[in-house]
Design a protein around this ligand. Structure first.
Ligand SMILES: [Zn+2]
Length: 201
């Protein structure tokens, strides 16, 4: 069954998940074109870009997500935001460098709500990007933060976590409580094997 997750982006969630799937309609779901496009660099941080970032922050908070990339709201820009509990970080035209080490852990995605699978990722990396004020930032990160950044950065290249997940581990999670809904991506993984749980806000 898990092979179908990779073979065809038009798959629909199980009926039990339909409500969660559509609960935040601003987030586009798998099958929407921007999720499979290579996004364009942001040429200038204009008022429009700042407005987009504000909208994304609001959506991410409502979704209780750890991260959100512009293609997930249908905009093909190289820009994502994330929040590890220390405030929202904005990454514009990001570049990932010095990827080292390995980690394996569960991921989900706000664009495929309810689906969880184990994804191998680099354990450490450096991210260089511009912040919302156009300043170059360079951060060395590891573990869950590195995982979130790799997941979001993949969105800018039209890559979804299901492309990289170990196929046999991909499974729908039917929990419909608020608690369970908070388990994706982008959201805190259900049983993180690396760190104590830190639910976004
Ligand atoms: Zn995602």
């Amino acid at each position: 069954m898990s092979d179908s997750f990779r073979a065809d982006d038009s798959f629909q969630p199980p009926p039990e998940l339909l409500e969660a799937w559509h609960s935040i309609p601003e987030i586009v779901k798998i099958g929407y074109p921007t999720l499979r496009q290579v996004a364009q660099p942001v040429a200038r941080i204009t008022r429009e870009i700042r407005d987009i970032v504000e909208v994304m922050m609001d959506i991410m908070e409502r979704a209780r997500g750890l991260g959100l990339a512009a293609p997930q709201i249908g905009l093909p820009y190289r820009l994502f935001i994330y929040n590890m509990g220390e405030g929202v970080k904005v990454m514009i035209n990001p570049e990932l460098l010095e990827l080292t080490g390995e980690q394996l852990g569960p991921e989900g995605c706000l664009s495929i709500p309810g689906l969880i699978g184990d994804v191998p990722r680099a354990n450490e990396l450096r991210i260089k990007a511009y912040d919302i004020r156009g300043r170059m930032v360079s951060r060395k990160v590891s573990e869950l933060e590195a995982r979130v950044i790799q997941h979001e950065n993949d969105h800018l290249d039209g890559v979804l976590f299901i492309d990289k997940a170990i196929p046999e581990t991909l499974e729908w999670h039917y929990g419909s409580t608020d608690e369970d809904n908070a388990e994706s991506d982008e959201r805190e993984p259900p049983k993180t094997r690396h760190k104590k749980r830190r639910r976004g806000k």
